[in-house]
Design a protein around this ligand. Sequence first.
Ligand code: ATP
Ligand code: MG
Ligand code: FE
Length: 342
Amino acid sequence: NLILAFESSCDETSVAVVEDGKTILSNIVATQIKSHQRFGGVVPEVASRHHIEQITACIDLALSEAQVTYDDLSAVAVTYGPGLVGALLIGVTAAKTVAYAHQLPLIPVNHMAGHIYAARYVAPIEFPALALLVSGGHTELVYLAEPGQFEIIGETRDDAAGEAYDKIGRVLGINYPAGKEVDRLAHLGKDNFHFPRAMDKDDSFDFSFSGLKSAFINTVHHADQIGETLNREDLAASFQQAVVDVLADKTVRALKAFPVKQLILAGGVAANQGLRDRLTTELTQFPDVTFLKAPIKLCGDNAAMIGAAGYVSYQLNQFGDAGLNADPSLEFDWLETTQANA
Ligand code: ATP
Ligand code: MG
Ligand code: FE
């Protein structure tokens, strides 16, 4: 089985060729970060234009690097949501065109399911599993009872973890996206500021990061006003410690409430070294749970993860047709939505 997979939900244009949902033959990622940096975030119109400019070259490269032709393909998979509507539409239109021209089945993929399935490149997913999904737009604890089933048991009530990283990074003068650099600084500092850990001790599996973000920004602005300069490493370390504490505590609570075989860590923020280390330590409390971390290189947006998730849909016969549309606010009940779309 060879799947040609497309991802264009945000600011990466990506096309991959994936074999049997578990081997990457190629994974071309054209990032637009440089074009968005001067605006401090992703500008939707700029993103759409870049996707249009890049996508054909990405398809050609993905096929040639994988050393396959259209005739070798079994299906086409594509992210159809959630994300920026204009950006999603480029990938959806390209995928539909390839599927139609080469008479291939079309597989609609939820971007967040894709993030989870990036972990499939490390080892098979064993069910039931729990996923901590931390990205630029989402922070969720997802229960996977069986393949194709995703149930959100907790989520952020305001900012996503990655979004908080990017916003506090901006205050530290770090370019978008700031997560990686804040992570690096955090390892050089100490948690001297003791920022709030919102909702850490409550009974829900939900998160909240906007209070932490505000506390951080207020601390820096207050220091500015009195002409004081705070230690950037300590600021970063204090922020990261607060984020990691909450993510780890909620995940441990969820693991106690939902016995699973595996914990999956995925999404852009899953590249965070502090978070990876902390969860590894916490998992020693759960000797029967294996810890599956998405490979650092596949934590950010890429089409290989879409191919892996698409392969599961392929096996479940969840196909779309020429009527497939982008769904910018697609939710996780994709079993039903993809069938309705088919
Ligand atoms: P979504 O997947 O929710 O639609 P997205 O696709 O924009 O959003 P991703 O590409 O999954 O998000 O992740 C990007 C985010 O990951 C950015 O906010 C970035 O700052 C963050 N990030 C990347 N590396 C790290 C790191 N080492 N530590 C913390 N955050 C990180
Ligand atoms: Mg991105
Ligand atoms: Fe993403």
